[in-house]
Design a protein around this ligand. Structure first.
Ligand SMILES: NC(=O)c1ccc[n+]([C@@H]2O[C@H](COP(=O)([O-])OP(=O)(O)OC[C@H]3O[C@@H](n4cnc5c(N)ncnc54)[C@H](OP(=O)(O)O)[C@@H]3O)[C@@H](O)[C@H]2O)c1
Length: 307
């Protein structure tokens, strides 16, 4: 992507962790960065940290709570009111929300699935026209290799429509893997539906990045583990490595016009067998469309056009 000063990137969760490291690099490359974050205090601190190194950085914040459809709609409207183009959307925010019992978003979805998948599904749709008008443009959705059964000895995803809210059982790790499989289905299905628009959709995994999540650990031992010990393991990735791999997917010329890929460490990787199931991807897409109320929005737009 040339002439980066005219290029606008929105990154969800750009106020901390890998999102912040990426926002800082994007700003250093001259991109105009929009941090869409739920905590305006940490966003202001994040912007101040970027400006301390780069006084001319074009970086600003828009409030976004992915666990609330109302907040997502307000975020999209606030962005659109600015009249900027949108060249890259990085759906980064989220994670595994710990707990023995499920917690829920404002709209009643299990928190991890609701934030990681459902929130980004709605946000992306509300910004799709902006992306299409700004093409060539890219959507990058952050998944995780943990959705793959057996990855790092983990169980992988066990997606079950009858247990989306933890009706049958709840396990935070399984729900995280499910949300990351949903991210894969979304990224691949979006690419199929965007064919010919000049907007591409890919998924990325940053690898295991203990530094990013160390600050959220409450016990002193865990903090030491995540900050000092785990980062030394050979398979761990640093914040610098993880943000560089986001940057490659979001901006590098080698990925221009390329979509429908799972990108890890800047290279194409195979995702789980389930993630390539197009019928499943369509099913989740159609259900997500209704859950977010996009069916009603499309019907009222149609009625307005016919009037
Ligand atoms: N770290 C890893 O090892 C690893 C591995 C694979 C994939 N990933 C993925 O990488 C992405 C970034 O994670 P990270 O490691 O950088 O973790 P992190 O430091 O915990 O960052 C998560 C970001 O998501 C934001 N967020 C959480 N819930 C939100 C909501 N409801 N609305 C808006 N923002 C919300 C957080 O905001 P607050 O600061 O306000 O909490 C924070 O900015 C996630 O999608 C994660 O699943 C991470």
């Amino acid at each position: 992507m040339s002439d980066t000063s005219a290029r606008v990137v929105m990154i969800t969760g750009g106020n901390s962790g890998i999102g912040f490291a990426t926002a800082r690099k994007l700003a250093a490359k001259g991109f105009h960065v929009i941090m869409a974050s739920r905590n305006q205090q940490t966003s202001a601190q994040a912007i101040a940290r970027i400006r301390a190194d780069q006084p001319d950085a074009r970086v600003e914040s828009i409030p976004l709570d992915l666990a609330s459809f109302a907040s997502i709609r307000q975020c999209a409207a606030a962005f659109q009111a600015k009249g900027y183009p949108l060249h890259v959307l990085i759906n980064n925010a989220g994670g595994a929300f710990k707990g023995k019992q499920a917690s829920f978003t404002a709209d009643g979805f299990e928190m991890t699935f609701g934030t990681n998948h459902q929130g980004h599904f709605l946000l992306t749709h509300l910004l799709l026209d902006n992306l299409k008008r700004s093409a060539p443009a890219r959507v990058i959705t952050v998944s995780s290799q943990r959705h793959i059964p057996g990855y790092s000895g983990g169980p992988g995803a066990k997606f079950d429509y009858a247990n989306l809210k933890g009706e049958k059982f709840y396990n935070a790790s399984v729900f995280y893997c499910n949300s990351k499989l949903a991210n894969m289905w979304f990224a691949y299905e979006l690419q199929r539906r965007l064919a010919g628009t000049g907007v591409t959709s890919n998924a990325v995994c940053p690898g295991f990045v203990p530094e990013a999540i160390g600050d959220r650990r409450t016990s002193l031992f865990d903090r030491w583990l995540y900050r000092q010990f785990l980062p030394r393991l050979p398979f761990a990735r640093s914040l610098d490595q993880a943000s560089s791999s986001y940057l490659l997917a979001a901006t590098d010329a080698r990925w221009e016009g390329v979509g429908g890929k799972f990108i890890v460490d800047g290279k194409e990787r195979r995702s789980s067998e389930d993630s390539y199931d197009e019928a499943q991807a369509r099913r989740l897409w159609e259900m997500s469309w209704t859950w977010c109320g996009l069916d009603k929005l499309a019907a009222s737009d149609q009625a307005a056009q016919n009037a």
